[in-house]
Design a protein around this ligand. Structure first.
Ligand code: B12
Ligand code: SF4
Length: 606
């Protein structure tokens, strides 16, 4: 064991050590997460911006949210809130360790808890190096691909841990959905990480790993731990989580080839436990809740007699009503969903809107028809408008509809969503392996069709990133922005241009992108991103009209997409699926006969 130097503390700015060791010798296990992943004010968008903007643009965030670094503490200095992942590691450990052995704290408070007694510092991280979809790409456009703001703060956290005078006494274990980034970049030594855990903290293997670390045994670089297969084995936070995140489902079921969360078993979690975690958040001072899921619409329909892609309307409405009506819940934000359920059951969308809009903190003044201009904005994957590409990478994305109808499902789903004041953020993947100009043109067609129909989604294009363990893990897409073709650039810039239509809600987008786009190009971006970037940027800036750019042969303006209506989409379903349709949505297929019980009930009402 090393003898700690005296008067030591980590000063956040220069990592100089300047303070006394903790009076109690520190906690046995200290849990933490990067500051940028732990803050829970200003809504989801601030964290997404922190993940996407390069560190040199931190001033944009500072100006908009001067207090974004201010966090709340419990009386003992521990964190009042932490990402749900940290809370579950804490909960998992408390099955085996005493509560005064384990603490969760913010990075700037590590010196209060890391002491001679500490044997494990465990870090939970979402995106430490910024190499996931949508995050890396924007920073790379601006020329500093390795350093999104979030990555800077993650590295700061690791530097603090590395500089600890007690570093030789404890092991550093990293987990969470971004742990793979450390494995893939092999930054163990630079970040001073002993072991990365892939999988959930509930696993008995995770506890075993902590036991070994506490005993001072050598740890393997990577440990894969099993995901619980049974909903009862999943733990829930009983303290406050960042943004009030409470898990609703794991897995998905649509089997997109590039997707990590889909590798987990499809589980919908028990309502009573979700509600307990919601109440625990409120008890600890949270006013907002968000149910974490890959697809909210599968909840209540997992392993039932009905396929999961026909949503369980009653169960969902019941769950969300109980959540937003829980005393103390003032705000509720949606996380992820898919779009086909909006086509399958538009009335479900309407009923959810009635329940959720009053508690939504999101406002779209120019788009929303809600009296207070409120809106809902789940994250939905659009990924590609090319049917050929969609068949290859996500053939079940639109079930029960055929992937051949993917553009129609997107447009029809978006229509239903927009009519009900849902304005989703939709991700697109640019540079999929094997993507041809024709594929990109089909996606551009779809984007123009969205515009032509007056529909709105906040479109987030990102460059294909092969993610660990997925079926596309070994594939290579575009690795540098210079490799993007003129059409791929155009797609990206068209999405951003549409997002920034005047008066819409993004505050940092206009500042970061539109103002001075050309000046920035002249100064720096032209060398960085290559000649293919030039005309798409002119299009984006609006300095030359799209019509003229097309006339000059510099851009492709998209051709109208022939789409199916909802009635046509429903008519395309296999007859065996008709039994799951809800007649109150209308558009029932020719020859449909209502199930006998429902028919009898409707006769009784006459
Ligand atoms: C809620 C959420 C958000 C929220 C809130 C995040 C927060 N800080 O709390 C918001 C909207 C802000 C967000 C933002 C982003 N997100 Co997000 N988000 C999610 C979501 C839906 C749930 C996360 C969650 O809390 N789950 C519940 C907890 C309990 O799960 P968990 O964190 O994985 O923890 C478990 C295990 O990982 C493990 N574990 C966790 N930590 C540790 C630590 C140790 C030591 C050990 C042993 C184990 C362990 O145990 C836990 C269970 O017991 C997930 C999808 C999903 N279903 O997980 C995406 C997801 C994590 N996000 C993702 C992405 C890409 C992002 C963004 C980069 C998007 C963007 N471009 O803006 C940003 C990054 C934000 C940042 N600060 O860097 C990806 C991550 C992909 C990856 N890393 O490979 C996911 C998987 C979505 C996806 N389908 O692609 N996100
Ligand atoms: S729909 Fe989304 S969560 Fe589901 S498999 Fe596809 S990408 Fe993954």
């Amino acid at each position: 064991m090393t003898t700690p130097r005296k008067d030591l503390r980590l000063d956040p700015s220069n990592l100089q050590v300047t303070h006394e060791p903790p009076a109690d010798g520190g906690r046995l296990i200290v849990l933490t997460a990067p500051l940028t992943e732990a803050i829970d004010h200003a809504g989801y968008f601030i964290q997404m911006a922190l993940a996407s903007l390069p560190i040199w643009m931190e001033g944009v965030i500072n100006r908009k949210y001067p207090k974004w670094r201010e966090v709340e503490h419990n009386p003992d200095g521990s964190a009042r809130y932490m990402p749900a992942g940290v809370r579950l590691v804490e909960k998992s450990l408390l099955r085996a360790y005493r509560s005064d052995d384990v603490v969760a704290c913010f990075p700037d408070d590590l010196h209060k808890f890391v002491g001679p007694r500490t044997r494990v510092v465990a870090v939970s991280t979402h995106n430490p190096l910024g190499v996931t979809f949508a995050a890396g790409v924007y920073t790379s456009i601006f020329g500093s691909s390795k350093m999104p703001i979030n990555s800077h703060y993650s590295r700061l956290l690791f530097s603090k841990i590395k500089a600890s005078p007690y570093r030789d006494n404890f092991k550093v274990i990293v987990g969470g959905s971004g742990g793979w980034q450390i494995i893939q970049t092999n930054l163990y030594d630079e970040l001073s990480v002993d072991c990365v855990v892939e999988g959930r903290s509930e696993s008995a293997d995770t506890l075993e790993l902590f036991r070994k670390a506490i005993e001072g045994q050598e740890l393997p670089r990577v440990v894969e731990v099993k995901h619980p297969m049974d909903r009862e084995q999943i733990l829930f936070p009983d303290t406050r989580t960042t943004f009030g995140v409470v898990e609703m489902t794991t897995g998905c079921g649509r089997r997109c080839k590039f997707c990590v969360p889909d590798l987990n078993p499809q589980i919908d979690l028990p309502k009573d436990k979700i509600m307990d975690a919601v109440r625990a958040n409120v008890r600890h001072g949270n006013k907002q809740i968000s149910l974490a899921t890959e697809d909210m619409f599968i909840w209540g329909q997992v392993h039932t007699d009905t396929p999961f892609y026909f949503p369980n309307r009653e169960a969902l409405v019941d769950l969300y009503s109980d959540i937003v009506n829980t005393p103390g819940v003032e705000q509720h934000v949606l996380s992820h969903s898919t779009i086909a359920p909006a086509v399958v059951d538009p009335l479900l969308i309407k009923q959810l809107s009635d329940i959720l809009l009053p508690k939504s903190p999101i406002h779209f003044p120019l788009l929303s028809s809600h009296p207070q201009k409120k809106a809902l904005a789940p994250l939905i994957g659009l990924e590609t408008g090319s049917v050929r590409m969609a068949k290859q990478i996500m053939s079940s994305k639109g079930v029960p509809f055929s992937i051949e109808d993917w553009p129609s499902v997107v447009l029809e789903g978006l229509r239903v969503l927009n009519e009900n004041n849902w304005f989703p953020a939709m991700t697109l993947i640019v540079g999929n392996p094997g993507e041809t100009d024709e594929d990109v043109m089909e996606t551009i067609d779809l984007v123009y069709e969205i515009e032509r129909r007056g529909l709105f989604a906040f479109l987030i294009p990102s460059i294909f990133t092969p993610l660990h363990d997925t079926r596309m893990e070994k594939m290579e897409g575009v690795t540098q922005t210079r490799q993007l073709t003129p059409l791929q650039w155009q797609l990206m810039m068209k999405c951003w241009k549409m997002n920034l239509r005047p008066g819409q809600y993004s505050w940092w987008g206009p500042m970061a992108w539109r103002v001075g786009a050309i000046g920035m190009w002249l100064y720096k971006l032209r060398r960085l991103n290559g000649p293919n970037f030039t005309w798409p940027l002119w299009m984006f800036s609006g300095a030359i009209s799209e019509k003229n750019l097309q006339r000059m042969g510099k851009i492709y303006r998209g051709k109208p997409v022939k789409v199916k209506t909802r009635a046509e989409l429903i008519a395309s379903l296999k007859p065996k699926d008709w039994q799951y349709l809800r007649a109150d949505n209308g558009d029932m297929p020719m020859g449909y006969a209502p199930p006998l019980a429902a028919h009898a009930a409707s006769l009784a009402q006459m």
